[in-house]
Ligand binder design. Sequence first.
Ligand SMILES: [Zn+2]
Length: 163
Amino acid sequence: MTGKTHMMGGIAAATAVAYYYGFEPVTMAAAGTVGALLPDLCHTKSKIGRKFPLLSTLISSVFGHRTFTHSLLFLLIIYLIAKTYIPNDSLSVGLLIGMASHLLLDAGTVNGIKFLFPATIKVRLPFYVRTGSTGEQVVLAALTMVTCYYIAGFCGISIPIHF
Ligand SMILES: [Zn+2]
């Protein structure tokens, strides 16, 4: 998926979790956006890869694309770091939710992800789209609607649809 879809995925997931579990929504959405971009550190041309070219080049040459940074192991490492160093729950949970949304979205693409890295098993959802395709546009539109639904919820506007 493209950076734009990942950002919207992170915002949608973080907003939904904030809504149901009572976290601070703006902080959580911001952290969700960062978390949603973090796994693509393995890609030097990604939004985050261009911000941290040295780290990104290092990760992509050591691990390759969509392996370590798209795995349960990486999620656990970030969880431990966040738990230890980030005192704000909306921030740390948002970061992890954003990352999880990234992995889920990439598992919904043709190449899937190596979720169980260092095992090389490819994990892919039963329904998947090609990055940059019309299918991805549909996913992006759906994520945008989910986000609007929960933002409306925070504003006290109830939309009679349930996710
Ligand atoms: Zn990715």
